[in-house]
Design a protein around this ligand. Sequence first.
Ligand code: TEU
Ligand code: CA
Length: 546
Amino acid sequence: MVYQIYPRSFQDSNNDGIGDLNGIKQRLPYLKKLGVDVLWLNPIYQSPDVDNGYDIADYEKIQPDFGTMTDFDQLLAAIHENGLKLVMDLVVNHTSDQHKWFQESKRSQDGPYADYYIWRDPVDGHEPNNWGASFNGSAWTYVPERGQYYLHLFAPEQPDLNWENEEVRQQVYSLMRFWLDKGIDGFRMDVINMISKVPGLPDGPLAQGAVYGDSSKFTTNGPRLNEFLQEMNREVLSQYDVMTVGEMPGVTPELAQQYTSLAGTELNMVFQFEHVSLAGNPDRRLGKWNDQPIKLSELKKSLSRWQEGLDGKGWNSLYWNNHDQPRAVSRFATDDSKYRAKAAKMLGTTLHFLQGTPYVYEGEELGMTNAHYTQLQQYEDIESLNAFHEYVEKEKIVDEQTMLEYLAHMSRDNARTPMQWDDTQNAGFSAAKPWFALNPNYREINAKDELAEQDSVFYYYQKLIKLRHQEAVIRYGSYQLLDPKDEQVFAYLREFQGTTLLVINNFTTETVERDYDQGKGKLLLANYPAGKLTELRPYESRAYLL
Ligand code: TEU
Ligand code: CA
């Protein structure tokens, strides 16, 4: 399994309020104890931090806040000494506007970097097309020096690289080799299915009343994507013993079969977005911003589609959480203190017994929750702040209170509060004021308490991770969903070489009766002490080997 670290929020070692590489090194014993195989770090490269490191100014330098290249080399060595592996974030759909390639590119229409980005002439004095950017506003920004617009699918400070340019691709391969030659063990590739755009860059469909068109049809899974990934694999990845996971908004199981095919010519796995996009706003202009619960039958349908779609053909990555998603226990179950720990274990069971590689995001193994902020000033993330300004203040399509509720439910900042190590000041994250406020519940939810309590979420995750290493049926078994329409229980079977695993999860605060013939099995794991065979208590979770 892979454990994701958001370096800014994990552990501060020099008390400047910002997590850093030495902090990660100090916490390796904790990660070892959990049973982690691989660590994935969010970007640690030099960056003006408009989007917390997803805007890279120099791919071969460490962001000074996080430490030095020597700190990095020592961290990597320590990770390997502990028998763990390290995967780095590769952000090459776009760079920072402060990157020297862009600084040169924006100067004039000729010169060695002129064609490194996607530049277009104005059309009738306007943007070249109607595309909106992910963090609101137009996807185009005008540069008077060139008399042209450049494309940025995210913030204006994140110009998209022009992958049609062979030299750009070679530059990317070269920076990949720089890190691989240091001995890292793979890459998580940021929005890697957005690198090939449909030629002509046609206008996108407009939702009712929307200001900008939706570019996704023309910017995800584009015509040259397979070709680019195969080239990258041939020239770089296949020369090393590494793992890869491509982040891919809008990917389908059919496409993921190609990208993660067992033939191994592109990537090992992808992050798909289906199960974290199930509840959108009925007003399509508001996109992901909503405060609705997810219907269990839909969640089951979506996860099952991926389980079946990739079985024997590709490989799934399994996640509830990452740095872009609200906390799973708050979103898919409950963070009410009465049930929180049970619910966190139940979600862990549901995910970890599926086929694929599980990803655990820092603090998920403690059952950390959403921050429940109520004021705009408490937010920091560019996506959240821009959305509020756009929809509440500019377009006036939602009122302030409602939008604050949407932020509390969906903001990426819910995932980015500092790690809760103990109940001392600043939760043991730092002696200084943290760069971003702690979730005030760190006195009740923290690693120190959980390590001292045998029945904690932490030790439950430890068991889940261990069981996957022990039981082949968890790793390789085929998958069958039971009772697809059941809105309370998520139950499924896995089967491998004559062994069957039955997994039962109550997603509600009610006690329900269910009979799956569990009496015939041997209990493998449960989040409650033994009870009545067919009775499932609130958020109860059980796994049996039949
Ligand atoms: O996210 C890609 C992505 O699709 C985003 O739109 C993300 O889903 C969004 O935050 C959720 O609404 C990646 C990174 O994970 C994210 O942190 C970056 O901001 C983004 O790319 C740009 O690099
Ligand atoms: Ca620090």
